[in-house]
Design a protein around this ligand. Structure first.
Ligand code: AMP
Length: 575
């Protein structure tokens, strides 16, 4: 093991990963590379592979837009900005430009530690003069880099690294490096679900062994990956999936929140994507603190917008107006919110993940009595199908999105979508009875009224096992004129010049996007198609599933691409 590793070696590994789209090959490359790293080096490379220097919930973003990178390159390379801009226009990627501008050196001079610490400084630079500081740090880095190093450094700061290495592929590689077999990924994955800090997990596994992650417990202030619900096609089939009594609970149409009540009396709120959303909801922070009896807790609920006049619950879109950096105080009165709490993951330092749901609920209700902004999610406990059905009808009448049925004996399965929680939605809008959250992977140019923007979007499901995106349909209906006009602005940061390795489709759109943004769509029917690929492995026929007559419903900023509808879910609906 080498106490000092050159960044050139890391950049070479990135190059090899970028060239392949085969997961097994990626696992092999990562397995070899990580077996020669120290735990500290492993931590750094693990972050860099995701284009980060800290876990995402800590949030510093590099904050370097193309313009600043152009200035850094001009500065570091003694070129004019116009020259760099012209090269950028020609090649469409500043990483490529940086590579072309770098001197060809035999030997790199940057170590992994150099690059990591300078990138960290760039990420954390704040306040007055920070922009200039970022530019000078970056120009210094690229002026010392080899062509390949410069390309990846620039892509990291721009947020366009896109090596196509999913978290599960990475964990298989790490498992291979540490045990010679990728099968111990399961244990690493468990650790990562509870403590989704890829660097910390990697370092711990390398220092203390893979097994040490088997009993990972939630850490106060670090978001646990949320448990998700499977889909129930017919409410009458609940007890085919669950033997035990169930909680049937209102499904609220808002934003999921994981609230951490910290030992020092502070509160942190995390979204389902692990963004720190505390500053958007000062009202809720106060209400949570007022309600809570205890030292420390992690609880989950759904934040819903309330009509200030009538007190009625408002749809998700209204709540999204609270997602803002400025005028937060003004919006507290305009769009008040309530959090409907439904689960407890830890209490006074003790992990509740393995405790049965009924126990977690009891403690939750004891410790978080209702007040202005804090409410318990409404539910009944039953083992009787008739009662499940009538509670669903009541929920639908009241205006809930549907119900979530939960096995009272089940543990909290961080990061997984299983059958211990089942959602059933009151969605009369579609024949299929449910909507799909799909990832935008391409677009087709518009014609006629749509000239100058996109006429339709190519969208995909996400398979978390393969870590690949499979096309499902092309959606052009359902957009407003304004929404259509904004598509290029909204999507073009994700534009890439060829199909990425993690996308599987036979479609050839005019423009490809790196899978990043999620939209919710509905459709009339699922059919087998020769060009779409969703669930193709599960079908007996040639081809994959396609959604016919799709309509756009809304952007799902609260979902990451890897939280999209899966091919398996689409297949279950088809069946
Ligand atoms: P979906 O986004 O359709 O996959 O539905 C899952 C989401 O429903 C969760 O992530 C929560 O944000 C939301 N939700 C609303 N009410 C509940 C509830 N009572 N229990 C669990 N999740 C809920």
């Amino acid at each position: 093991m080498n106490p000092q590793i050159m960044f050139q070696n890391v950049a070479e590994v990135f190059g090899r990963l970028e060239e392949t789209s085969a997961n097994t090959e990626m696992v092999g490359i990562l397995g070899d590379f990580f077996s020669d790293l120290t735990p500290e080096q492993g931590r750094k490379v693990a972050y860099l592979l995701r284009g980060e220097v800290t876990p995402d919930y800590e949030g510093p973003e590099f904050g370097l837009a193309s313009k600043l990178v152009i200035r850094s390159l001009a500065f570091g390379k003694n070129r004019s900005q116009e020259e760099i801009e012209q090269m950028f226009n020609e090649h469409g990627d500043l990483g490529t430009v940086a590579r072309m501008l770098a001197e060809n050196k035999e030997q790199g001079e940057l170590t992994l530690d150099d690059v990591f610490s300078e990138l960290t400084e760039i990420a954390f630079a704040e306040g007055e003069g920070s922009q200039e500081r970022k530019i000078s740090l970056l120009s210094d880095l690229v002026s010392r880099a080899t062509p390949q190093e410069a390309k990846y450094i620039v892509r990291v700061v721009l947020g366009t690294l896109r090596l196509g290495v999913g978290d599960m592929t990475f964990l298989q590689g790490l498992s291979t490096a540490l045990t010679g077999d990728k099968k111990h990924k399961k244990i690493l994955e468990h650790g990562f679900n509870v403590l989704p800090d890829i660097g910390a997990i990697t370092e711990q596994a390398m220092r203390e062994g893979v097994e040490s992650l088997a009993n990972e417990e939630p850490v106060s202030g670090v978001p646990v990956r949320v448990m998700l619900a499977g889909r129930l096609k017919e409410i009458g089939r609940v007890f085919e999936h669950i033997d035990n009594p169930v909680h049937v609970e209102y499904k609220y149409d808002g934003e999921r929140v994981q609230a951490h009540l910290l030992p020092d009396g502070g509160v942190k709120l995390f979204s389902r994507r692990h963004e720190d959303i505390t500053s958007q909801f000062p009202d809720l922070v106060t209400d949570l603190k007022d309600s809570f009896h205890g030292d420390q807790a992690i609880v989950e609920g759904e934040i819903v917008a309330i009509d200030p006049e009538t007190g009625d619950l408002q749809p998700f879109q209204k709540l999204m107006q609270r997602r803002r950096k400025y005028n937060i105080e003004e919006y507290i009165d305009k769009i008040p919110v309530k959090a409907f709490l439904f689960d407890m993951l830890a209490f006074n330092g003790e992990s509740f993940l393995q405790k049965p749901l009924r126990y977690r609920k009891t403690v939750l209700e004891e410790r978080f009595p209702e007040n202005k902004g804090v409410k318990p999610a409404k539910y009944i406990t039953t083992h009787d199908l008739g009662e499940v059905e009538s509670f669903f009808a009541e929920a639908a009448d009241w205006g809930a999105e549907g119900v979530i049925v939960k096995d009272v004996e089940s543990p909290y399965q961080a990061g997984s979508r299983g059958y211990n929680w089942l959602k059933f939605k009151r969605d009369y809008r579609t024949e299929l009875g449910d909507t799909f959250d799909v990832v935008v992977i391409g677009a087709i140019y518009g014609t006629g009224r749509r000239t100058g923007t996109y006429g339709s979007l190519l969208v995909a499901t996400y398979d978390p096992n393969e870590e690949k995106y499979y096309s499902l349909t092309k959606v052009g209906a359902g957009f407003t004129d304004e929404g259509l006009g904004n598509l290029p602005e909204r999507l073009n940061a994700d534009k890439i010049d060829q199909k990425p390795g993690n996308v599987v489709t036979k479609m050839k759109p005019d423009v490809w996007f790196y899978p990043n943004q999620v939209i919710e769509i509905e459709g009339a029917e699922l059919t087998v198609s020769p060009t779409h690929t969703s669930a193709q492995e599960l079908l007996d026929e040639e081809g994959g599933l396609a959604l016919r007559f799709p309509r756009f419903l809304r952007w799902r900023e609260d979902k990451r691409a890897d939280q999209a509808t899966t091919p398996q879910e689409v297949y279950n609906l088809y069946r």
